[in-house]
Design a protein around this ligand. Structure first.
Ligand code: NAD
Ligand code: MG
Length: 359
């Protein structure tokens, strides 16, 4: 049984990770459901098709449940879908006492969170995440939709009432999504704990672990995220450490036009880059980057894209990253495993690391 309590100055909530997590809705969360006049379930088309039986069980939790189906993936994080969902809730008579369920991956979580943050100036919502990656996105209260000008450009901080993982949901998760989620998991290890990092590096079933291992690993991942969010909810300081691997990772993601590689697969490449940088410009022990790259390749992560783009192309994308300011880039580096820091890096050093990566 895995429960972790997140304590923020204005809100305390539980993250539940266990095989039959959804059963808690009818028991532990019954008092919360009693205080709501309506439940709105936002679900993506894939999860809706795969889990129609589960949706029926959710519908039995209350006498007014309304389901709104959205496109899968980033296609749901648009102003258009956001607007249509708000109209749907208004037409169904939702009020400030209503509650939303986000039933899907990180995209549905971000969209639903933003709808909940803004519907009638803010209503409650519960995250029911269905991807491994969502151990990262469902915790911490960042919600957003995309704009034509950029990803996650319009959003709000809005914390959920609860985050409930039901491990059975992972049975249908495609391998690519496992790969994406486990990349964020090992990121949480690298920025927090050398022993845990080593344990993951030794795990031959890293990409798709057995359920009991997964429960333990996800709890560890969530607790790293939770601790950082508890310290720095609004990203003035240590929350930036969660961007480890993301500056170069985002550049690869943008260069490949958010298509061929998943977010986590790009972050994996970005972490290799950040580890090389950490060896070169900080105190990380030599050889750590090589060890990580070997591990990642063994686990089937692809590094071909670093040969497909020039440094100039990727550097341009790095500069567009939200974390760049006034021409210098801010990178999260590791002084040693488990000890992250933020460093400003100039173009020539960026190039040097890039060249080294291609050797
Ligand atoms: P996603 O929600 O797009 O899901 C990935 C794909 O998996 C989708 O096609 C979905 O239909 C499918 N899927 C989901 N659950 C499934 C299941 N159980 N079985 C089969 N298929 C399933 O993506 P994601 O990777 O979960 O999340 C990525 C999103 O999270 C991005 O939009 C990113 O910006 C956001 N994010 C937010 C934060 C945050 O702090 N708010 C942090 C990290 C990422
Ligand atoms: Mg990420």
């Amino acid at each position: 049984m895995g429960v972790l309590t997140i304590q923020l100055p204005n809100k305390t909530y539980d993250v539940v990770i266990e095989p039959n997590g959804y059963e808690r809705l009818a028991t532990e969360y019954a008092p919360l459901l009693k205080t709501t006049d309506r439940i709105g379930i936002i679900v993506d088309e894939t999860v809706h098709t795969l889990y129609s039986e589960q949706l029926k069980r959710f519908e039995q939790l209350h006498n007014e449940v309304h389901t709104f189906i959205v496109p899968k993936g980033e296609a749901c994080k648009t102003l258009d879908v956001y607007g249509r969902a708000q109209s749907f809730l208004l037409q169904k008579g939702f009020t400030r006492n209503s509650l939303l369920f986000a039933f899907g991956g990180g995209a549905v979580g971000d969209l639903t969170g933003f709808i909940a943050a803004t519907f009638m100036r803010g209503i409650r919502f519960i995250q029911l995440p269905t991807t491994v990656l969502a151990h990262d996105s469902a915790v911490g209260g960042k919600t957003a939709i995309n704009m034509p000008e950029g990803k996650n450009m319009v959003g709000a901080f809005h914390q959920p009432e609860a985050v409930i993982f039901d491990l059975n949901i992972f049975e249908t998760l495609p391998e690519r999504e496992w790969r994406s989620g486990m990349a964020e998991l090992i990121k949480h290890a690298y920025i927090s704990d050398a022993t845990w990092t080593e344990q993951l590096l030794q795990d031959e079933q890293f990409v798709q672990p057995a359920f009991d291992t997964l429960e333990e690993q996800l709890l560890k991942g969530v607790s790293v995220k939770a601790k950082i969010v508890e310290e720095d909810t609004f990203e003035h300081g240590s929350r930036k450490f969660l961007n480890f691997g993301h500056t170069f990772g985002h550049a690869i993601e943008a260069a490949t036009n958010f298509g061929t590689l998943s977010h986590g697969e790009c972050v994996m490449i970005g972490m290799a880059y950040a580890l090389l940088l950490s060896e070169k410009a900080s105190t990380l022990q030599q050889g750590e980057a090589k060890k990580f790259i070997q591990f990642a390749k063994q686990q089937g992560y692809l590094f071909d894209s670093i040969f497909e783009y020039s440094f100039e192309t990727l550097y341009q994308f790095m500069q567009k990253d939200k974390k760049a300011s006034f021409g210098t880039l801010h990178f999260v580096i590791l002084e040693k495993i488990g000890h992250p820091n933020v460093m400003t890096v100039d173009e020539s050093l960026c190039r040097e690391v890039f060249e080294e990566m291609r050797q």
